[in-house]
Design a protein. Structure first.
Length: 139
């Protein structure tokens, strides 16, 4: 079996005779169930977004969500280190890589975001980005 991690990771191995013992721990079971519940919630939100929003709304919402969850506030804006390629983001959003690239270029030209290197962006104007999703935006 081959395992490939997308980032630096640690792997822990458990001897098979100890495997069922961890399921006797109520704290572990609560942690596991909460994790599963969170994943279900995230997947449900993704499906709603794919079903009810156009591609530009999905891109905008992706950057808003990323800003709020993993963004680092600086004096210049919110730094994002996405750890995924344009192709991966496009697949996640259910759009073509070219469409994603065109819209990101639009956001860059309008000084809403800035490309800060490979897989890195700076959200220069989060309010303007949020205003795009609240308006009937046609790109």
């Amino acid at each position: 079996m081959l395992i490939k991690a997308k980032e630096n990771s640690k792997f822990y191995f458990l001897e098979s005779h100890n495997f069922f013992k961890i399921f006797e721990d109520k704290d572990f079971l609560n942690l596991l169930l909460n994790s599963i519940n969170n994943n279900i919630f995230i997947e449900r939100e993704i499906l709603k977004t794919l079903a009810f929003h156009n591609s530009f709304e999905r891109i905008i919402q992706f950057f808003i969500d990323a800003s709020e969850s993993i963004g680092i506030k600086t004096i210049n804006g919110i730094e994002l280190n996405l750890q995924c390629t344009m192709e991966e983001i496009a697949k996640f959003l259910g759009i073509s890589r070219q469409r994603l690239s065109n819209f990101i270029n639009y956001l860059i030209e309008n000084k809403i975001i800035k490309k800060n290197g490979y897989k890195k962006y700076l959200i220069k104007d989060l309010k303007k980005l949020k205003d795009l999703i609240n308006n009937d935006f046609l790109f």
